[in-house]
Design a protein around this ligand. Structure first.
Ligand code: GLY
Ligand code: MN
Ligand code: MN
Length: 438
């Protein structure tokens, strides 16, 4: 916690504040027409200090003093928030329990310029802070602090990956056995990782066959599959003390030429993804790696025959946007307490990379996902079918692969301090490489 105090003190001094109050967040109504609430997603700045997902708690930080944790402890016979999975971190705090959310106001240092870090303006007002207390530049600077992970945070991310790996294995086995629906597979993942749906770091993406072409497919099919050749894309994670794993694997099942070709594509993306993970090193911007991915993908499309050999140069294919039609999303993003850790995207990507969520220069301690994919998304392929490079693509092969939807392989990697060391792959450490991608 010492490094957090140093980082916060520097940011506050730079932005003209003497102290900060970090709000854990407030329960959000599902609809203004009823009295149902979403489970709390704690404000990541608060969670950076305290892995506690309780509403209306606060951390009060003043440089040079022990941080104060103010916990809202109501007597409620309807609901109580879940206990955190560990409490060792409480030792770093002075703790004050209050009976209502206004109690935080009494805990704030008087006569100080206090930054409000949270998204609930009503609480800012309740706590007697004016609009200047909620300063976007300060919050952005605090976002950047979360991008460089400590050994403790990396241990949490590694454990989250260990938990996610067990879920992936269980789902792979259920899919390969057949006769299950997407909903069954989703529930299998939850059971194997002992998570409730609302506790997963992001909504599981469970996509069989063509559904894998919907990048965030979460409308799970209810019908058991009828057997035969198909694919499964599973993008599902777990957490440890608030830190997230974000992991994707793609499997294929069944026989026939199309299944074999799709299996070849999965193996090709897997090999490409491993090479990209090995290229994660300090120095270049993440966007450079994203660009390298598009070059590698163009070669892969040629290797599997989607791009006819000799029909188009790599530069010509890139300029025509061929790879972007098959891979519209970014190569990856920063990962931590947030699945899409925002602090590594403080500068916008180039206009041709609109969905890239990490643009930072890669530095030791950064943790990124590396998640290339290839998808058969008709709305993106349609312009290519009638465009100037249409003849360079084998559309019969594309149409044979389209029922398999797409493939994505996603690992979580840590940028090492040693420039000669390989990036640490938290995901592959937990997966059985001998048995294939999982
Ligand atoms: N699971 C969301 C993502 O991969 O970014
Ligand atoms: Mn991801
Ligand atoms: Mn993912």
């Amino acid at each position: 916690m010492a490094h957090l105090s140093v980082g916060y003190a520097a940011v506050l001094a730079r932005h003209g504040f003497d102290a900060a109050v970090l709000h854990s967040g407030r329960l959000q109504k599902r609809s203004s027409f009823d009295d149902q609430y979403w489970p709390l997603r704690a404000v990541p700045h608060f969670q950076h200090w305290a892995p506690l997902a309780w509403p209306d708690c606060a951390v009060v930080f003043e440089p040079g003093r022990r941080p104060l944790l103010v916990r809202l402890r109501t007597v409620d016979f309807w609901e109580q928030p879940a206990e955190p999975e560990a409490d060792f971190w409480l030792q770093a705090f002075d703790v004050r329990d209050v009976a209502d959310a206004g109690g935080v106001r009494d805990a704030l240092p008087s006569g100080q310029r206090i930054a409000f870090v949270g998204d609930d303006d009503e609480r800012r007002v309740d706590w007697g802070l004016d609009a200047h207390a909620r300063d976007a530049a300060t919050i952005r600077a605090l976002d950047a602090l979360r991008t460089t992970k400590t050994p403790y945070e990396i241990a949490c991310l590694a454990e989250a990956n260990r938990r996610a790996a067990g879920g992936h294995r269980a789902v792979r086995d259920a899919f390969l056995a057949g006769g299950v629906s997407e909903l069954d597979l989703h529930l299998t993942f939850l059971r194997a990782t002992a998570q409730d749906d609302s506790e997963t770091p992001y909504k599981n993406i469970v996509a069989v066959g063509r559904n894998a072409a919907v990048l965030h497919h979460i409308a799970y099919g209810r019908r058991p599959d009828a057997g035969g050749a198909t694919s499964l894309l599973l993008d599902a994670g777990a957490t440890c003390l608030g830190y997230a794993a974000d992991v994707t694997r793609t499997w294929t099942r069944g026989s026939g030429a199309a299944a074999a070709a799709f299996g070849g594509l999965v193996a090709g993306v897997d090999a490409m993804q491993r090479r990209l993970c090995d290229q994660v090193e300090r120095g270049p911007s993440f966007e450079t790696l994203h660009d390298a991915c598009h070059v590698a993908l163009t070669h892969l499309l040629a290797d599997i025959g989607v791009l006819r050999r000799g029909s188009l140069s790599v530069e010509g294919a890139l300029a025509a946007g061929v790879s972007r039609a098959f891979l519209p999303h970014g190569l990856g993003h920063s990962l931590g307490l947030q699945v899409h850790d925002v602090g590594c995207a403080l500068r916008p990507p180039r206009p041709d990379n609109p969905w890239l969520r990490a643009t930072v220069d890669i530095a030791p301690g950064h943790v990124f996902t590396i998640e290339p994919g290839v998808y058969f998304i008709e709305s993106l392929l349609a312009p290519l079918r009638v465009g100037p490079v249409a003849g360079a693509l084998d559309w019969a092969l594309v149409d044979a692969l389209a029922p398999f939807g797409g493939v994505r392989i996603e690992d979580d990697v840590v940028v090492p301090a040693d420039p000669l060391a390989r990036a640490r792959n938290l995901t592959r450490e937990q997966f059985d490489d001998a048995g294939g991608p999982v």
